[in-house]
Design a protein around this ligand. Structure first.
Ligand SMILES: [Fe+2]
Ligand SMILES: [Fe+2]
Length: 298
């Protein structure tokens, strides 16, 4: 792909942004109460579904658990978008502001600003704690936001965006879910499709420019980013909301074949793409294995 292709893609993405962008303040009825009996995450995607802990919960408690699981996913989303905005704005600093490619980076930052406000508002409405990565993960997030460049930057972006996108594509069509959740998912899916396109093409270009042999350090960072997305999607503290000890709930989720399948399914598309670019390998491979995102070994 040449620079001309890069400009062509960015020009298309800019015109699509002009036609299909949403202001969540206007599009979403934030005052509407939640509908009794509807879930916040499809029940078959709940991290405990299928376990004996799940069997011990009332219907009301199951709904409460999905409410906190949604808050955890949205909390990871906001946290990640903050990093993403830093990465994009740092990349923009060196670019020619007259190019469509640079202008699209700014447009994507504008999308992410609206998304983070939307997710923040949704978490406030859920009335849950703000769940987000802590400890080493929080430190690594700050580090990658301040230093991420090139293939490791775009691969980390893609992993988080595509996992979230897979979950939300299903959620926006699921009638068992709260209308607010479906609407938030729909808005995010439409705008993220552009981001995924931008990141996928840019990543492929940068891998080619770097030469595959020179990506050792990047592969380590990419593996660690995958590990974080897989293991922190559902924060252990969510189980407290239904009276389950966080460590017990977290262990049960990690061992739950249905949840393991959900993780694999959510990572399927991005893992296949990164695999084609030879990025699911090298020193990052052990982290990938622990992430839960890889296909089951044949
Ligand atoms: Fe977003
Ligand atoms: Fe995005």
């Amino acid at each position: 792909m040449t620079t001309t292709d890069r400009e062509r893609t960015a020009t298309r993405l800019l015109s699509s942004s002009a036609e299909h962008s949403y202001d969540p303040e206007v599009e979403i009825d934030w005052e509407a109460p939640f509908v009794p009996g509807l879930y916040f995450v499809p029940p078959h995607r709940s991290s405990l579904n299928g376990t004996s802990l799940w069997e011990g919960l009332t219907e009301e408690q199951r709904i409460t658990l999905t409410r906190h699981e949604l808050a955890s996913i949205a909390g990871l989303g906001v946290w990640f978008e903050t990093i993403l905005m830093q990465l994009l704005v740092r990349g923009y600093y060196k670019q020619d502001p007259t190019t469509a490619h640079a202008q699209y980076a700014l447009t994507e930052i504008a999308d992410e600003c609206r998304h983070s406000v939307m997710f923040g508002r949704m978490i406030a409405k859920l009335g849950t704690p703000v769940y987000r990565p802590g400890g080493v993960d929080a430190f690594l997030g700050k580090w990658i936001g301040a230093t991420g460049v090139g293939p490791r930057m775009f691969a980390a972006i893609l992993i988080c965006e595509e996992i979230l996108d897979t979950l939300q594509r299903e959620a926006m069509a699921d009638e068992q879910l709260q209308p607010l959740v479906r609407m938030v998912s729909r808005i995010h899916v439409v705008e993220e499709a552009r981001h995924v396109r931008y990141a996928r093409e840019e990543l492929a270009r940068q891998v080619r420019a770097a030469g595959r042999g020179r990506l050792t350090f990047d592969k380590l960072v990419i593996g660690r980013a995958a590990h974080l997305c897989g293991t922190r999607l559902i924060h252990p503290d969510v189980y407290r909301s239904v009276g389950i000890d966080p460590a017990v709930g977290h262990r049960a989720a990690l061992a739950n074949p249905r949840f393991r399948e959900t993780l694999r399914w959510s990572g399927e598309r991005v893992v296949a793409y990164l695999n084609d670019l030879d990025l699911v390998d090298g020193p990052g491979k052990p982290f990938w294995r622990m992430s839960g995102l890889l296909p089951r070994p044949a």
